[in-house]
Design a protein around this ligand. Structure first.
Ligand SMILES: C[S@@+](CC[C@H](N)C(=O)[O-])C[C@H]1O[C@@H](n2cnc3c(N)ncnc32)[C@H](O)[C@@H]1O
Length: 421
C-alpha cells in the first residue's frame, strides 16, 4: 500500500503529514472521514458551480487539495488552529501540483471575518476537543448566511471517524445549527449534515458578539497558582491546570542574573513562562512564548496581560506561532547563520499530533532547543516517566540531571556543553 498517494474521484493526490517522518510509513495524511467527505460532495454537489468553499480543521490538506482540484474556479478559505496543518496543506498543494492562488489560510480565531461574505459550502473535520467544536459551530452559526448571493443557506457537511461522532458532538451541532442528521457509517467514518439558517439581518457586530461570547475564553483559577489562566477553546488543558505542568511549577529554576532570555516552548496558555516571571520578579527575564496553536498563543497573551507581572516585562514579551523552534531560529540567525542563544528553555512537550500518539515532536523540540541555547544554557522539561525523555536528552546533550520525580512524572535538566574542538 502506498501511504502517500490518495486515489479518489479519478484523481491522485500526493499527501504527506507535516512533519513527515520518513521512517514511519504507517501514518497517512488522510483518513476514511476525509475520503467520505470528498466522495459525498463530488457525487452530490455540482462543485464546478461553487464560488466560495470554506474548509475548517483540515488535518493535512486532503480536503483542501481535493476541493482545489474538483472545484478549481472556487475561492477556498481554510480555517485551522494549527500552524503544522497550514504547513502540511501548503506542502501538499505543491506536491499535488495544485494552484494555491485561490486558497487562503487563516487562524480559526478569524472565523468571524466570514460575516457578510457569501459562502456556498462548508466542510468541517470534526475536532476531538468539544469546546473547540462549540466555538467553531457557534461562530459559523453567527456568521454564515449573513449575505448569501443566492439567498440559500450554505451547505454544511461535517465528517469524522465514528468514535468521534458522540451524542455530545450531535448536541453541539443541534444547539448551533438547528436540524442535524448523520449518514450511515462507511469504513468507520460518518458524515454530519447541518442546516445553517440564513440570517435576515447582516450579522450585526459579529466580531464584538464573539469577543464577548461564552464560547471563547474560559477563565481558570487554581488555588495553588497565583495566576488566572485565560483559555481559548482549543488550548491544551482548557478546563484545568495540566498535572505535568503543576509538577514542573514546584521546581521552576531561579533566575539569578539580570537580562536573561527564556523560551516557553509549547507554551499552551503560558503557565510555565508566566509563573517563572512571577516567581523571579527581581531578575525577571525576557520571555518568548512559542506554540503551534494560534489559540495557545492568544491564551498566553491574554493570561500574561491580565496577570500581575510588571508592565515593562509584559511589553518585552514575544509571542511566536511556529513548529518547535523553527520560526525562532529563522528569525534569530544573522546572515552568517550565527544565533544569539537563549539562557533557558522550559518545555512540557506534547506526546500526540492530531489523533496519533508520537514522540517525534518532543525529539524535534529537544534538538531545536540544543541549537537555540547558548553554551551553559539549560533545557528544563517535564514528562511522563514512561516516555523516557531522559535517554533522549542524554543522547543529545551528553548528560541529563533528574530535578524531581514521582510515580508519574519526571522533571529533567540538560545543559548545553561547549562543542568539542
Ligand atoms: C503538553 S502541552 C503543554 C502546554 C503548557 N506548556 C502546559 O504546560 O500546560 C504541549 C503544547 O505543545 C504545543 N505543540 C504541539 N506541537 C507543537 C509544535 N510542533 N511546535 C510548537 N508547539 C507545539 C501544543 O499546542 C501544546 O500547547
Amino acid at each position: 500500500m502506498n501511504n502517500t498517494q490518495l486515489h479518489i474521484q479519478a484523481n491522485t493526490f500526493s499527501l504527506k503529514r507535516f512533519p513527515n517522518n520518513p521512517f514511519d510509513k504507517s501514518l497517512r495524511a488522510w483518513d476514511a472521514a476525509d475520503e467520505y467527505i470528498i466522495d459525498h460532495v463530488a457525487d452530490t454537489i455540482n462543485l464546478i458551480e461553487l464560488a466560495h468553499i470554506v474548509i475548517v480543521n483540515d488535518s493535512f490538506g486532503a480536503l483542501t487539495c481535493a476541493m482545489a482540484k474538483l472545484s478549481p474556479q472556487a475561492n477556498i478559505s481554510v480555517y485551522t488552529d494549527s500552524y503544522m496543518s497550514m504547513r502540511a496543506i501548503a506542502q501538499n498543494l505543491k506536491g499535488s501540483n495544485l494552484d494555491k492562488n485561490n486558497v487562503t489560510m487563516h487562524s480559526s480565531l478569524m472565523l468571524s471575518e466570514l460575516a457578510g461574505k457569501s459562502v456556498d459550502l462548508v466542510l468541517l473535520k470534526v475536532p476531538r476537543t468539544l469546546s473547540y467544536l462549540d466555538y467553531l459551530l457557534f461562530t459559523l452559526s453567527q456568521t454564515l448566511g449573513t449575505a448569501s448571493n443566492t439567498g440559500q443557506s450554505p451547505i454544511v457537511i461535517g465528517g469524522a471517524m465514528v468514535k468521534l461522532v458522540t451524542s455530545s458532538v450531535m448536541n453541539i451541532f443541534n444547539a448551533h445549527m438547528g436540524n442535524t442528521t448523520t449518514s450511515l457509517a462507511r469504513k468507520k467514518a460518518r458524515l454530519i449534515f447541518a442546516e445553517c439558517a440564513v440570517k435576515t439581518d447582516n450579522g450585526g457586530n459579529v466580531a464584538q458578539t464573539l469577543s464577548l461570547n461564552p464560547h471563547c475564553i474560559h477563565e481558570v483559577q487554581d488555588k495553588e497558582i497565583d495566576l488566572t489562566l485565560h483559555n481559548y477553546p482549543n488550548v491544551f488543558c482548557r478546563d484545568q491546570v495540566d498535572i505535568g505542568a503543576r509538577y514542573m511549577l514546584k521546581v521552576l529554576p531561579s533566575i539569578t542574573r539580570a537580562n536573561q532570555v527564556v523560551i516557553d516552548l509549547g507554551c499552551g496558555n503560558g503557565i510555565l513562562g508566566t509563573s517563572l516571571l512571577l516567581q523571579n520578579a527581581a531578575n525577571a527575564p525576557k520571555m518568548i512564548y512559542i506554540d503551534e496553536s494560534f489559540m495557545a498563543i492568544e491564551s498566553a497573551k491574554v493570561s500574561l496581560n491580565n496577570s500581575t507581572v510588571d508592565e515593562r516585562l509584559k511589553a518585552r514579551a514575544e509571542f511566536l506561532v511556529g513548529h518547535c523552534l523553527d520560526e525562532f531560529i529563522n528569525h534569530s540567525e544573522d546572515s552568517s547563520g550565527n544565533l544569539k542563544g537563549v539562557d533557558l528553555i522550559l518545555c512540557n512537550p506534547p506526546f500526540h499530533q492530531q489523533n496519533t500518539i508520537i514522540d517525534d515532536i518532543a525529539w524535534q523540540m529537544f534538538t531545536d532547543a540544543k541549537k537555540a541555547l547558548k553554551v551553559g544554557g539549560e533545557l528544563r522539561i517535564v514528562g511522563n516517566r514512561h516516555l523516557d525523555h531522559r535517554a533522549k536528552l542524554k543522547k543529545l546533550f551528553g548528560a541529563c540531571e533528574i530535578i524531581a520525580s514521582d510515580a508519574k512524572f519526571v522533571v529533567l535538566s540538560a545543559i548545553k556543553q561547549r562543542a568539542r574542538a
